[in-house]
Write a protein that binds this ligand. Sequence first.
Ligand SMILES: Nc1ncnc2c1ncn2[C@@H]1O[C@H](COP(=O)(O)OP(=O)(O)O)[C@@H](O)[C@H]1O
Ligand SMILES: [Mg+2]
Length: 266
Amino acid sequence: MTAPGIADTGTVAPTAAAIPLITADALAVGYSAAPVLSEVTFSLRAGERIGVLGPNGGGKTTLFRALLGELSPLAGSLDTAARCGTVPQTERSRLDFPVSALDVALMGAIAGRPWWKRPGRAERAAAHAALERVGLDALAERAFGELSGGQRQRVLVARALVQDARIVLLDEPFTGLDNVSVQRLEGLLDELAGEGRGVLIATHDVDQARAWDQVLCINRRQVAFGPPRETLTLEVLAATYGGSIVTLPQDGGERLAILPPHHHDH
Ligand SMILES: Nc1ncnc2c1ncn2[C@@H]1O[C@H](COP(=O)(O)OP(=O)(O)O)[C@@H](O)[C@H]1O
Ligand SMILES: [Mg+2]
């Protein structure tokens, strides 16, 4: 069916691609009446990767919980125009469940259906295809908890693909990964954006975020949002990370570095 006067070209209308997948406007969120994160104004468009930067306790996970609908805005507005899949911040304690990589990917297909309905052939095929897509179908029967950190992250991306999530949220997915796993996951995120998904990645690595489309800097409130090159000024980094930002000598010049979180303990 086409609207009168509009030719049916069989392609997505140009305006559809321009509609943001996420729009936050003066958003405040928290766990009680007092917000832990406020003044958040940004949008995520199809094909964009946004790096979410902020110190520990800055509100990155809280923002993701709001995007997933687990927390309601205390002020401002938040609109999500597509389904969100999530790669949560992993904790070792959650890895003891006797579930396989395939089971985890399948969770993307069975969420929201009655518990007594076993996953069918189509769902299993979709889960295998998603594992294949992230390069892990050979390990489909392997226990999730026995996989490497990088492999677990990719299984969780596969779960988001099975959910057909147009928005993919990744909460510090690179923490603890070796360089090869980091590059592999970065490549996968580039592919997701390349096929028109919107990707939001919380990270502690400022240099990594420079390669993405936008950065959202938060420290209990939004500090800045925009393209990395213009946005990641010394002032913005200082406001985002407070005292944990230092300059290190490198190649005869200087390089900014963020002290690792445990430095806060002293
Ligand atoms: N379930 C919760 N209930 C109350 N406060 C919380 C809860 N989870 C996080 N917070 C608080 O919200 C603030 C932001 O935390 P969080 O979003 O986890 O930061 P980040 O992910 O950037 O480290 C912190 O002060 C934290 O203590
Ligand atoms: Mg967090």
